[in-house]
Design a protein around this ligand. Structure first.
Ligand code: COA
Length: 175
């Protein structure tokens, strides 16, 4: 079975890859996006509809690809405008953020988060801080968000309609 979170390995440190390009997702990328989504569970085909919907709806949708060796998709992330609690004004919230296991600890996740933040900052829709919601069990993602300049603003069982497996999650905001 695929683990949906990366193992917490604070003693290891990656070497940043130089051959990675972060670019907007294009219509022909839907199968590649679905393959990256499957790194968190499920067969790629089961993610195709969600990938196509994101392409249609997400104002920010980015793919990390290897510049060498055929342009393999290594990771994705995006951002949507959504309410943290029902009835509240929408805020920018990161979506997805997945790096395929074979490309982890090479700085791809960090670059994706920075690129999403920059795309939100220059978006024509509405500016405002970028938020993320992370399960407290997902220590790798929490460490990555801290590296990318996010700080915890609240904790609870549910944010933006996401109910946390295990019961606890945090709302983070980028400084
Ligand atoms: C979380 C995830 C996106 C990180 O992607 P990544 O490309 O491996 O992350 P980076 O190489 O950019 O890591 C940057 C820093 O984050 C921290 N970090 C990332 N993964 C870590 C891990 N497994 N253990 C400890 N720290 C980690 C480290 O500080 C790391 O810097 P270092 O390698 O110099 O020590 C990836 O593990 C993943 O796809 N996990 C499964 C899906 C998921 O949980 N997504 C997040 C949902 S909120």
């Amino acid at each position: 079975m695929i683990a949906s979170y990366a193992r917490w390995q604070p003693e290891d440190h990656g070497t940043p890859r130089a051959d990675v390009l972060i670019r907007p997702v294009r219509p022909h990328d839907v199968p590649a996006l679905a393959r990256v989504m499957a790194a968190r569970g499920g067969a790629p085909e089961t993610h195709t509809d969600a990938a196509a919907l994101l392409l249609d709806r997400a104002p920010v949708l980015l793919l990390a690809v290897a510049e060498d060796g055929g342009g393999d998709a290594l990771g994705w992330s995006g951002a949507l405008q959504t309410s943290v609690h029902p009835g509240e004004h929408p805020v920018w919230l990161t979506a997805g953020l997945t790096v395929v296991p074979q490309a982890r600890r090479a700085g791809v996740g960090l670059r994706l988060l920075h690129a999403v933040a920059e795309a939100v900052r220059t978006s024509r829709i509405e500016t405002g801080p970028l938020h993320s919601v992370v399960n407290t069990r997902n220590r790798a993602s929490l460490a990555l968000h801290a590296r990318a300049g996010f700080q915890e603003t609240a904790s609870g069982p549910r944010f933006a309609g996401i109910e946390f497996d295990g019961g606890d999650g945090v709302l983070l905001r980028r400084r």
